[in-house]
Design a protein around this ligand. Sequence first.
Ligand SMILES: NC(=O)c1ccc[n+]([C@@H]2O[C@H](COP(=O)([O-])OP(=O)(O)OC[C@H]3O[C@@H](n4cnc5c(N)ncnc54)[C@H](OP(=O)(O)O)[C@@H]3O)[C@@H](O)[C@H]2O)c1
Length: 199
Amino acid sequence: MSIGIIGAGSIGGAVARALARARIRAVISNSQGPASLQALADELGPSITAGTREEAARAELVFVVVNWSKLPSALKGLPPWNGRIVIDANNPIEAPLFRPADLGGRASSEVFAEWVPGARVVKAFNHLPPALVAGDPRAEGGRRVLFYSGDDRHAKAKVGEIIERLGFFGLDLGSLAIGGRLVQFPGGPLPTHNFVRFD
Ligand SMILES: NC(=O)c1ccc[n+]([C@@H]2O[C@H](COP(=O)([O-])OP(=O)(O)OC[C@H]3O[C@@H](n4cnc5c(N)ncnc54)[C@H](OP(=O)(O)O)[C@@H]3O)[C@@H](O)[C@H]2O)c1
């Protein structure tokens, strides 16, 4: 399955690092173009390629990891999603004010889903700081837990497979409306906790 990453900052870079460690191929992109990401791609090795936003968006599974207020422009004008899987790793809050976005009472992933019409959205990779996403998921002697939520069972299964291939323990939290809220930051009870599963 081809993988793209839109957003190459703290969390996008951490996702790329985790994929690179597992030798999973991915195209990473930002707003400034591939040349600005060449050093990162060189550092991460041959499985990670710097590409354009459009190239990343054409993958079968696309991580989106962009500051909340910039998501509409980052997702504008891309090819139709046609049921491809999009991982929403975003939180509806950002520096410097850290004022939660007004979501009108909805889960943030339900709002996010409107910016990627036709995509199968899975919320994941949003609840830990970058160092724990990029770091060894077995560092504490078990497997670090990553949560995932979504409304499409097949899309969730694919994301669950990738989480396991990366060495994490994947935990399905249910729908975007329910699971998405549990893992939402701010507001949900799960974010920032580094849960470890001992087999
Ligand atoms: N940092 C955390 O601890 C953390 C943890 C979990 C989840 N998150 C969530 O992850 C998301 C990203 O956070 P971050 O900390 O990684 O932010 P960040 O370090 O500021 O990185 C944001 C990235 O988004 C890219 N971007 C902005 N506008 C874009 C556009 N129009 N097209 C393509 N790329 C664009 C930026 O590229 P340019 O630099 O080229 O503009 C940059 O690579 C946020 O929603 C945040 O809530 C963050």
